[in-house]
Design a protein around this ligand. Structure first.
Ligand SMILES: [Fe+2]
Ligand SMILES: [Fe+2]
Length: 185
C-alpha cells in the first residue's frame, strides 16, 4: 500500500492549469492603460502616423478659418458658415488624435515651426469663393486617402487606433461630399 506522499507523487499531471504567460501579459496590459499589446510593439510607427494626421488636421483648421473669415460675395454666407463647421470638426479630430498619441505614450507635435511641412494637406489663402471650395475639396480628398492608408497599415496591430481613424475617415468623406456638392451648385 502506498503512503499519501507516494500517492501525491504518482498522481497524473493536472490538466486544468492557468496559462501564466497570458496572465503576465494581461498584467502588462493593465500597466499600459488603454494600449493593446500590438500597439506596444508598433507604438513608434503608429505615433508617427498619428502625428502626421494631427499636423494635417491643424492645417485644415487654419485653412477653413481663413476661408470662413474672408469669404465674401452673394453666395458666400452659407458657405462661409460651412467652412466654420468644418474647421470645428477638424479641431475635434486633432484633439482625438492628440489624446490617442498620449495614450500610446507618445508626444503630440503641435510645433508651428514644422506644421506645414508635416501636414499632408496644404494651407490656402485664396480670395475667391470657388477657389476656396476647390482647395478644401482637394485637402479633404488628401485626408481621406491618408486615413484610408493608415487604417490599412494599422490593421489589427492596434484596433483602438484603427476604430478612431475609421470614425474620422467617415467625417472626412462627408466633408468631401459636401464640398463637391457646393462646386456642382
Ligand atoms: Fe479632419
Ligand atoms: Fe475634413
Amino acid at each position: 500500500m502506498s503512503t499519501p506522499v507516494e500517492k501525491f507523487r504518482n498522481a497524473p499531471p493536472r490538466r486544468l492549469e492557468l496559462d501564466t504567460k497570458a496572465m503576465a501579459a494581461a498584467r502588462k496590459q493593465l500597466d499600459e492603460g488603454a494600449v493593446t499589446p500590438g500597439a506596444i510593439e508598433w507604438r513608434d510607427d503608429i505615433v508617427a502616423l498619428l502625428n502626421g494626421a494631427l499636423a494635417t488636421e491643424l492645417v485644415c483648421v487654419l485653412r477653413y478659418k481663413r476661408h470662413h473669415f474672408t469669404a465674401h460675395g452673394l453666395a458666400a454666407s452659407p458657405i462661409a458658415e460651412e467652412f466654420m463647421v468644418h474647421a470645428q470638426a477638424e479641431a475635434g479630430h486633432a484633439d482625438r488624435l492628440a489624446r490617442r498619441i498620449v495614450q500610446l505614450g507618445g508626444e503630440p507635435d503641435f510645433s508651428p515651426d514644422t506644421l506645414l511641412a508635416r501636414s499632408h494637406a496644404d494651407y490656402d489663402a485664396s480670395t475667391e469663393l470657388n477657389a476656396m471650395i476647390h482647395a478644401n475639396l482637394v485637402a479633404e480628398r488628401i485626408a481621406v486617402e491618408g486615413y484610408r492608408q493608415m487604417i490599412k497599415l494599422i490593421g489589427d496591430k492596434d484596433p483602438t487606433t484603427r476604430r478612431l481613424l475609421e470614425d474620422i475617415l467617415g467625417d472626412e468623406e462627408e466633408h468631401a461630399d459636401e464640398l463637391a456638392d457646393l462646386l456642382n451648385d
